[in-house]
Ligand binder design. Structure first.
Ligand SMILES: Nc1ncnc2c1ncn2[C@@H]1O[C@H](COP(=O)(O)OP(=O)(O)O)[C@@H](O)[C@H]1O
Ligand SMILES: [Mg+2]
Length: 327
């Protein structure tokens, strides 16, 4: 009987000799066919967790099982069950995309007769058919990540680990990868454990999100549950004017705002009421915005820091997507 393709971790810990406690007691459970988004800033412990779950790094303490197999005692069974596209992709610039897939099919023990068709099927699926016979050193970052994904899928794994699969990708490549990952989970029942620094990625793609910071899960739930926890939307007005702040304060609790003044709405206050109140005082605003809670608000509420601020140049790329309303 086939085992359910779950991922479980209990009190999982990884300490590095001279480093920090990179993973500091993580408990999690991912259900079959679920997409679990592991969201956190650089250095939070995402990759270390993935390395333990994929048997590449032994835990210092705690246990983890993939499809019921213990990652320490049943490593070979775990490895036969999973596919992984890790941050340190091991692609050979001198091989073509198709050659990589053939090689992987051989390493994974696919029958010789099935290898060419499997390679074609996967190249097609990740949109690399046209580039299939070009050397990988000429591929863009996005093409390499897509090849990584194809390589991870060669042996039809039932559990897939993706470590920051879209970091540095342009919005189109990112959207294409989301579509493919979504399809794998919905249509093939593959369980997906995906790490990301992108709020939108976790929001749009993940069924459930675990927010990790300093090696600990600080919040977990569906994106909607997490956002509901931080509560009411905020209203932000510009410019930062004391009289505007006074009017807004009638509608809710003041919250920090980078460019103006803002309040978290209390009760059923709405924008029209605020506009009328500002107008009654003869106050002009340059900009008035209603912000629904985002996963960044959740991160801020749990850690006191903003995840968006924690990024670097990748932040700019993620902001491009932030313009789209999250599903
Ligand atoms: N091999 C290692 N030796 C020492 N410290 C490490 C090692 N790998 C990661 N770390 C540290 O562990 C913490 C978590 O790293 P990592 O899991 O790579 O975070 P993330 O993937 O979330 O960016 C960081 O502080 C990092 O510097
Ligand atoms: Mg990492």
């Amino acid at each position: 009987m086939e085992r359910p393709n779950t991922i479980e971790a209990e009190r999982l810990v990884r300490e590095f000799k001279k480093g920090p406690r990179a993973v500091d007691g993580i408990d999690l459970r991912v259900e079959p066919g679920e997409i679990y988004g592991f969201l956190g800033p650089n250095g939070a412990g995402k990759s270390t967790t993935v390395l333990m779950l994929t048997t590449l790094l032994p835990p210092t303490a705690g246990t983890a099982r993939v499809a019921g197999y213990d990652v320490v005692r049943e490593g070979p069974d775990v490895r036969a069950t999973i596919g992984a596209a890790l941050q340190e992709a091991a692609l050979d610039g001198l091989l073509t995309g198709r050659e990589h897939l053939r090689l992987q099919a051989t390493l994974q023990g696919l029958p010789r007769a099935e290898r060419p068709a499997r390679a074609d099927e996967l190249l097609e699926r990740v949109g690399l058919m046209e580039a299939a016979d070009r050397k990988v050193r000429g591929y863009s970052g996005g093409m390499k990540r897509r090849l990584d994904l194809a390589l991870a899928l060669v042996h039809r794994p039932r559990v897939l680990f993706l470590d920051e699969p879209t970091t540095g990708l342009d919005p189109q490549s990112r959207a294409a990868l989301w579509t493919e990952v979504g399809r794998l989970a919905r249509e093939e029942g593959v369980t997906v454990f995906l790490t990301t620094q992108y709020l939108e990625e976790a929001d749009v793609l993940a069924d459930r999100v675990g927010i990790i910071d300093h090696g600990r899960i600080v919040a977990e739930g569906t994106p909607a549950e997490l956002k509901a926890q931080v509560g009411r939307p905020t209203v932000e007005a510009m410019p930062a004017d004391e009289r505007i702040a006074d009017v807004l304060a009638r509608f809710g609790e003041p919250v920090p705002s980078a460019k103006g003044v803002a309040v978290r709405l209390a009760g059923d206050a709405d924008l029209t009421a605020i506009v009328r109140a500002l107008d009654a005082k003869g106050l002009l605003v340059d900009n008035l915005q209603l912000h629904q809670p985002t996963l960044d608000d959740v991160f801020l509420a749990k850690t006191g820091r903003s995840l968006e601020g924690a990024g670097d140049e990748e932040e700019a790329a993620s902001r491009g997507l932030a313009m789209q309303p999250a599903a």
